[in-house]
Design a protein around this ligand. Structure first.
Ligand SMILES: [Zn+2]
Length: 293
């Protein structure tokens, strides 16, 4: 119940509130993506964590810590994440996720928030205020506050919750999860839910100073689309609508011609590029720029 000790009720300027924000998974975590491969779960999770941290930075006395690798360089192991939050002395931990139901598209929808199977009262309270704020703000189906034996909420020593902010496997919700506006909406709701549970004040006009970052700028390797029924492009292994489709089309077009497909009609988007191949591609790019001048 440390939550109740760190601030005074109704006091806008709390002295210290240390909030650990966790963006679940990493950019290369297998399976954690939309069925068409157009979005990795980490892209959503990390964007929301970034926006939430920026809002919390505008709340006096609040400090935040990321337990994930914000640059997407790796999928930080779960134990390392909770060890980090515990040794930092976080007062609460919020783990941000997007949900999935099976591997393909399905109708499962809505938002749910988890606490540990035997939650502290402070965890339950935090889960309720964040869940309510998310539902009020997004209008998605309220799946409620649930309990689960998840590592992040079990091994963290402070009040902790794990949020599932919509289903990647639901076509409508996947579009929301990919949109910057929805990510900001979720971050704002999460922060207002935390503020309500902890009785601190969020500035009425919180400002996002971070420029928009298209999801595709997060470093990642392409994932093949396991759904063979999906529409294909001119390359048999590049699905229409996949996140790299337009880049491959452009780069292989006759006008640009920086990379080409294979004689069998594939592009092999998952294949690694060798240093020799990269040198050839870069030389083509250099020659092209010289020609244009
Ligand atoms: Zn997840």
């Amino acid at each position: 119940m440390k939550l109740i000790l760190v601030y005074k009720k109704g006091d806008d300027s709390i002295n210290h509130l240390k909030i650990a924000l966790d963006a679940g998974h990493g950019p290369d975590t297998p399976g954690k993506r939309t069925p068409d491969g157009s979005m990795r779960e980490f892209q959503f999770n990390s964007a929301v964590a970034r926006y939430a941290a920026e809002l919390l930075a505008q709340c006096p006395g609040v400090q935040t810590l990321f337990t994930h690798a914000a640059d997407g360089s790796r999928d930080v192991p779960l134990k390392e994440r909770t060890d980090r939050a515990n040794s930092w002395g976080a007062d609460l931990l919020v783990s941000i996720h997007a949900n999935a139901s099976g591997d393909g598209w399905s109708n499962a929808e809505g938002i749910e928030t988890f606490t540990y199977s035997v939650p502290s009262a402070a965890s339950t309270r935090l889960a309720q205020t964040i869940q309510s704020a998310l539902i009020a703000s997004t209008g998605l189906r309220d799946r409620g506050v649930k309990i689960a034996n998840f590592h992040m909420v079990r091994e963290s020593k402070m009040p902790s919750v794990l949020l599932e902010c919509g289903f990647m496997t639901n076509q409508q919700e996947a579009e929301l999860l990919k949109s910057d506006a929805y990510r900001r909406k979720c971050a704002t709701a999460i922060v207002s839910g935390i503020a309500k549970a902890c009785n601190f004040h969020v500035p009425s006009q919180p400002e996002f100073n971070i420029p928009d970052k298209p999801a595709t700028q997060i470093p990642q390797n392409p994932v093949p689309n396991p759904d063979n029924s999906s529409k294909k492009t001119e390359f048999s292994d590049v699905n229409a609508g996949s996140w790299y489709e337009s880049a491959i089309q452009r780069i292989s077009s006759s006008e640009i011609g920086l990379m080409s497909g294979y004689p069998d009609g594939t592009f092999k988007p998952d294949e690694r590029v060798t240093r020799g191949e990269l040198a050839v591609i870069l030389t083509r790019l250099l020659n092209r720029e010289v020609k244009q001048e």
